[in-house]
Design a protein around this ligand. Structure first.
Ligand code: GDP
Ligand code: MG
Length: 707
């Protein structure tokens, strides 16, 4: 018994469809018209390996829009006649342009095979195409053919049979249109799904993309739906949003993103033996993606970014600092002296919130710089450059941007991992993001570096800390991927969008999106944390201690915070850390790293002569920070040896770098992984990693004779 296979040949004009069609069917052909239109319909017949093939030569088309009758005919044939296999015949010497149709056939969910025809021409032009790689990247079988010489004609039939017989449907790569556009497409798709009759015919996502592209045919279909107004409303809203963000209509943006996807896939799978690039983006890429220059340029850009961020944030910080200092003094003057209420408001609330707001310039400027690099198209190149390296640690270039965002704040960074399709990749990325030193940890380093290292070395030490974080992230990613989240690396296409000057609006939207996540944290968790830390370090309230240095010290040591700090300190002795106040800082850092310096300030100010000396807020350049540095340098243990040395300070900084993501990060990990397992795991494993690292640094440093 033989079975029937209906096979359609699709492709751009002049790709070689008819040549293939004739090769396969010989004289067994039949020419007619498609029902209702005067477009020639060629059908041919043949038998192969017990299958009866009906082969249809579709009209040549460039895409699946409704812009020409041929495209509508081809599209309707694929959707309505449901051929068992669609062979997209591609002119391999003109690969990127021809893949535009392939990408749309992929989205349409057609049972697709790509025949890269004119392989001879491609070779003559110096193109070497890694078909296997391209096939994995797209999730579509690929055959290389030369129709004029009848090369691989039977392979077309064989691969069609294979596709039909294989029970396992290959995982089709999903085309990403970028975070915002994807979300807007999703929103439109939700509306489309309201009408099951529509989505039975075409994939719902495809319909919504077509609607955003203003496809007249699809629009007509949707008009007949009882849910037409809901759907069109959603389309209108999404279109407006895209226009607002990118200053261009959705059609253009969507086409552009498809080409980005194709560029990315070709950059990985196609080698050119001599350059034959044309447009401006391509020309820029010959430099920025150059094998030798690419990485140094990337590092230079990141270095400049950080320079810019820290340089530009200084004056803003000084202003915020000044404001909260003043506010603290004014409010402090109104409230009764030495009362718990005054202490709560001035030290706890104003001090706590102020110390957070001081970091807003740094964090927002990092987001600004990242958004600029992202929207201009450069970050995609950076991710592309890092892709090879990321593969070595079992991740993918796509994890790279979220990790970079981690330098600003872990919260938006973790949310940015949503663009990673593979669950294991995504989870691994989430778990290592806390090691990328976030903006809130910076003041801790500035405090300790300022206190224990000469100014000339400060920059290098800071850099070393950041590098340590990256290094640990890389090692942990490798370990996690290899042992805990083992699995094959999913193939991925890294989109290469054309370079464009980012619109101010898109940048502002990005900053706002990421910034509000941070601000919410400042308004809730950090405020609560600051008040809790204030409570722990002021209670039990002993009004009777004398208000001198010793009295204050005693009061602090007897407070809940002091008791906690003392209780956990022995754990840190092997790492060279003998300071119970720091133990309190560790606890405070769990609420938010922003609180650590304030907490240390409170505890050391007490030792240095009284609570009343602290004003509301203190950033790292403030006068109190200077006196805090002095206090840290002067601090001694009971036997008179100094508590801190440069080596111990370094070990402390590394501990702060690696241990415990803040409570908001834990909450977001819980939300994004939808379980308690991973947040709890994160807490435990980061503490373990931090402890081991600071232990190794201290003991190793001692062995090397460092102080
Ligand atoms: P269609 O428009 O897709 O049906 O393309 P045709 O089959 O009519 O082919 C267009 C032109 O390309 C013809 O002149 C073919 O001889 C030529 N052609 C087709 N396949 C190949 C191939 O693999 N290599 C080369 N060099 N030329 C080819
Ligand atoms: Mg033809």
């Amino acid at each position: 018994m033989s079975r029937n296979i209906k096979l359609a040949l699709a492709g751009n004009p002049n790709a070689g469809k008819t040549t293939i069609f004739n090769n396969l069917t010989g004289l067994r052909q039949h020419v007619g018209n498609y029902a209702g239109v005067t477009v020639e319909k060629k059908e041919g017949f043949l038998s192969h390996r017990g299958y009866n093939f009906t082969i249809v030569d579709l009209p040549g088309i460039y895409g699946l829009s409704a812009s020409s009758i041929d495209e509508i005919v081809a599209r309707n044939f694929i959707v309505e006649e449901k051929p068992d296999v669609v062979i997209d015949v591609i002119d391999a010497s003109n690969l990127e342009r021809n893949l535009y149709l392939a990408v749309q056939l992929m989205e349409l969910g057609a049972p697709l095979i790509l025949a890269l025809n004119m392989a001879d021409m491609a070779q003559k032009q110096g193109l070497s195409i890694d078909a296997e790689k391209l096939s994995t990247l797209l999730g579509v079988p690929i055959i290389m053919t030369v129709a004029t010489r009848r090369v691989a004609m039977q392979d077309i039939l064989d691969s069609a049979i294979r596709l039909i017989e294989s029970k396992s449907v290959p995982v089709r790569t999903r085309i990403h249109y970028g975070r915002e556009v994807d979300r807007l497409i999703d929103r439109t798709t939700e509306a489309v799904l309201k009408d099951p009759a529509l989505s039975r015919r075409y994939p719902a996502r495809w319909i919504s993309i077509k609607l955003l592209e203003q496809d007249a045919e699809v629009l007509k279909r949707v008009m007949e739906s009882p849910f037409a107004s809901t759907i069109l409303d959603a389309v209108e809203k999404s279109s407006e949003a895209i226009r607002g963000l990118f200053g261009d209509d959705p059609e253009t943006i969507i086409a552009e993103r498809r080409y980005s996807f194709i560029s990315g896939a070709c950059e990985e799978a196609v080698r050119r033996s001599f350059e034959q690039r044309h447009d401006i983006s391509d020309m820029i890429d010959t430099i920025l993606l150059n094998r030798l220059l690419g990485l140094p340029i990337f590092l230079l850009l990141i270095w400049l970014t950080f320079k810019f961020v820290f340089y530009a944030s200084e004056p803003m910080e000084a202003a915020i600092e000044g404001f909260f200092g003043l506010l603290g003094r004014v409010v402090g003057g109104i409230l009764p002296a030495a009362s718990p209420l005054r202490s709560l408001i001035v030290d706890g609330v104003i001090g706590g919130v102020g110390s957070v707001l001081v970091f807003i310039p740094v964090i927002f400027l990092i987001f600004f710089a990242m958004s600029f690099l992202e929207d201009s198209g450069y970050l995609a190149r950076a991710a592309f450059l890092m892709d090879k390296f990321m593969h070595k640690i079992g991740l993918h270039g796509r994890s790279f941007i979220p990790m970079l965002l981690g330098f600003g704040c872990s919260l938006p960074a973790i949310m940015a991992t949503r663009t990673i399709d593979d669950e294991r990749d995504r989870l691994t990325t989430i778990l290592v993001i806390p090691f990328m030193s976030c903006g809130a940890r910076l003041p801790i380093y500035v405090l300790f570096i300022g206190a224990f290292f000469p100014e000339a070395q400060a920059g290098n030490i800071l850099f070393l800390i950041y590098l340590t974080g990256i290094f640990v992230a890389v090692i942990m990613a490798w370990i996690l991927r290899r042992y805990l989240l083992r699995g094959p690396a999913a193939p991925f296409v890294m989109e290469l969008p054309p370079y464009r000057i980012p619109t101010l609006r898109a940048i502002l939207v990005h900053i706002w999106e990421r910034g509000t996540v941070y601000l919410k944290k400042a308004g809730t968790v950090i405020l609560a944390g600051a008040v809790i830390m204030w409570f722990l370090s002021n209670f039990p309230w002993y009004p009777n201690f004398s208000d001198n240095r010793n009295g204050e010290m005693k009061r602090m040591e007897l407070s809940y915070a002091g008791r906690i700090g003392k209780a956990i300190m022995p754990v840190f002795h092997p790492s060279g850390i003998h300071d119970w106040r720091l133990g309190v800082g560790f606890v405070g850092g769990f609420f938010a790293k922003e609180i650590v310096v304030t907490t240390l300030g409170t505890l050391y100010a007490a030792g240095a002569g009284g609570r009343l000396r602290q004003s509301g807020c203190d950033g790292w350049k403030g006068e109190h920070n200077l006196s805090l540095r002095q206090s840290l340098r002067n601090a001694v243990r009971q036997d008179g040896t100094p508590i801190y040395t440069p080596l111990i300070a370094f070990s402390v900084m590394v501990f702060f770098l690696l241990y415990l993501p803040c409570i908001s990060t834990v909450a977001i990990i819980r939300r994004e992984t939808n379980s308690w397992r991973w947040p709890v795991f994160t807490i435990l494993y980061t503490i373990a990693v931090a402890w081991v690292a600071s232990f190794l640094i201290y003991q190793g440093g001692k062995l090397l004779g460092l102080k």
